[in-house]
Write a protein that binds this ligand. Structure first.
Ligand code: CP
Length: 325
């Protein structure tokens, strides 16, 4: 167990070693159990987290805010439109100044080609941990909650097969950060990871290569597939969600045209039946209901999406307590 995480930032999933992630999951499980028993943990009394949002959120905002309150501290919600960022406050200035007011800076900035660079620029300028509430490249806190959920539902992840699949959605070009973080983290935990997507929905080549390297190092496997149905076959975990064709085009109309070829990439009961009987269905939410996944699956017996959303709270409390104390 590696416990010395004080002052550390979490922007990429790989910022914490595998052993450090194991510590986070261990602490998260304890905090979850203790909350059920009414045992409080005011580990961050008098500490304040800045939560700077450039994009909307339901779960991330609520779970960070509730988590800070439960740890005895406070979270300040800052919508970028109510700041002077559009009038010139730079990432360096945000890092310098927020670092003097706050004990941690959490940021959601998912703009393609911008979000990750922005978070790293704040990290370089600040004296406090920077926590990535999602950027254009990674969504590490979602994936910590996902890993915790897999361990709770299926036990040791080693040797289990997860299908990280693209699915059709019509709402908007969703970031590629979820599948990228999933293939990075799950290959470090010995899972057999399938990345299933149409050819236009590639992920960043260096991330895919890192996933391959992780699989080699940690004893799982990693394969890229382009057959939606084949991804379901005998899988233990189905994690099928939409993302944008961002490496193919940044034009929304062109992207919609590409996506329309794959409208049948919807998770339904027929496809879930191809996975193991014990398989779980996961989705970070929000989902395009009856477009990306049917109600019958999302609300069905194999779906663990609400436990998964709950685990955001516990995993984030663990990271905040370990890094901001
Ligand atoms: N899964 C997730 O990050 O949800 P929000 O966009 O609602 O925060």
């Amino acid at each position: 167990m590696q416990t010395d995480l004080r002052g550390r930032s979490l922007i990429s999933d790989m910022d914490f070693s595998k052993e450090e992630v194991e510590t986070v999951i261990d602490v998260a499980l304890k905090l979850k159990r203790d909350r059920a028993l009414g045992i409080g943990h005011p580990l961050l009394r008098d500490k304040v987290l800045a939560m700077l949002f450039f994009f909307s959120s339901t779960r991330t905002r609520s779970s960070f805010e509730a988590g800070m309150a439960q740890l005895g501290g406070h979270a300040a919600f800052i919508d970028h439109t109510t700041t002077q960022i559009s009038h010139g406050d730079t990432a360096k200035e945000i890092g310098e100044i927020f670092g003097r007011y706050y004990d941690g800076i959490a940021i959601r900035q998912v703009d393609w080609g911008v979000g990750n660079a922005y978070q790293n620029a704040v990290r370089e300028a600040t004296r406090v941990p920077v926590l990535n509430m999602q950027c254009d490249v990674y969504h590490p806190f979602q994936i910590l909650a996902d890993l915790m959920t897999i361990i709770e539902k299926l036990g040791d992840p080693r040797g289990k097969t997860i299908d990280v699949s693209w699915a059709y959605a019509s709402s908007y070009q969703k970031p590629i950060s979820i599948p990228q973080s999933l293939i990075l983290q799950m290959t470090r935990f010995g899972m057999n990871v399938r990345l299933t997507r149409p050819p236009e929905y590639k992920l960043m080549p260096d991330i895919v290569q890192q996933a391959r390297d992780n699989a080699r190092q940690f004893g799982g496997s990693f394969e890229v597939m382009d057959d939606f149905d084949a991804g379901f076959k005998d899988a233990d975990v189905i994690y099928a969600k939409s993302w944008g064709a961002l490496l193919t085009t940044d034009d929304d109309a062109e992207s919609a045209k590409i996506g329309n070829q794959y409208k049948d990439w919807i998770t339904d009961e027929r496809r879930m039946a191809m996975a193991k009987d014990s398989a779980i269905y996961m989705h970070c939410l929000p989902a395009d209901r009856n477009i990306e996944v049917t109600d019958a699956v999302l609300d069905g017996p194999q779906s663990v999406v609400y436990d998964e959303a709950e685990n955001r709270l516990h995993a984030q409390k663990a990271v905040m307590a370990l890094t901001m104390r």
